[in-house]
Design a binder for this molecule. Structure first.
Ligand code: MP5
Length: 215
């Protein structure tokens, strides 16, 4: 994985929440085969919503990308996101799981934060948020893979977020973040990255506890 002073600084500052995220009971129970299937299915439903809004976020970012290299890399990612939706849809079909669900407060909060950043944040801030979300999934699913390998029924998801192609995409994004941010905006980037790490933790916690709207 790529390492630069900026990326190291972001990860170092977020370390406590990052470690809590990768050690979350949802991931621990998933990795040891003890996660109740209904908890996993709840994650499937909410993450499907997340990826759908992730595509809208990417589209906003593509529209703002100042050069061809950034635009094309993000376009390739949009195709990958689109293909990822079929993993969720295939699973839902096999399990008879409904995917048309309302986003929970945490899911809605996180996706609203993403879309607001892409619409009104700086380019560097938006890349910091995207790199944070992708690196979080790479690290989270890598801990699952270390314990479980490519075990069913999770193999396609584990493979999706731990493959060499995904690792290369996360690295490329980190390089774009370094390329498109100035040292003057580092404090803003740190805040955006930390908020992303906190939302990543909250997302696992929300699906683990089943936290949704009160009524
Ligand atoms: C990702 C995700 C990774 N699917 N869900 C959350 C809550 N965070 C990050 O994004 P992608 O588009 O699936 O690679």
């Amino acid at each position: 994985m790529m390492s630069t002073p900026l990326l190291d600084e972001l990860l170092t500052e977020a370390r406590p929440i990052w470690e809590a995220m990768t050690a979350h009971p949802f991931l621990r129970e998933l990795a040891t085969g003890h996660l109740p299937r209904e908890r996993f299915d709840f994650w499937v439903q909410q993450d499907y919503r997340f990826v759908q809004d992730g595509l809208r976020f990417l589209a906003l970012l593509i529209a703002r990308a100042p050069d061809e290299e950034l635009r094309r890399g993000l376009l390739d990612a949009a195709v990958a996101f689109r293909n990822e939706l079929t993993i969720f849809e295939d699973y839902a079909r096999q399990q008879g799981l409904q995917l048309e669900v309302e986003p929970t407060p945490v899911c809605l909060g996180y996706t609203s934060f993403l879309l607001a950043t892409a619409a009104t944040g700086s380019l560097g801030e938006t890349l910091a948020v995207l790199w944070g979300a992708e690196k979080a999934y790479y690290d989270a699913w890598s801990t699952v893979r270390q314990a479980l390998g490519l075990a069913e029924p999770y193999a396609r998801w584990i493979e999706n977020w731990t493959s060499p192609q995904f690792a290369a995409w996360v690295d490329w994004l980190g390089a774009q973040l370094v390329r498109w941010s100035s040292t003057a905006e580092y404090p803003t980037l740190r805040r955006a990255f930390l908020a992303t790490a906190r939302y990543e933790y909250l997302f696992w916690d929300m699906v683990y506890t089943g936290t949704t709207w009160p009524i």
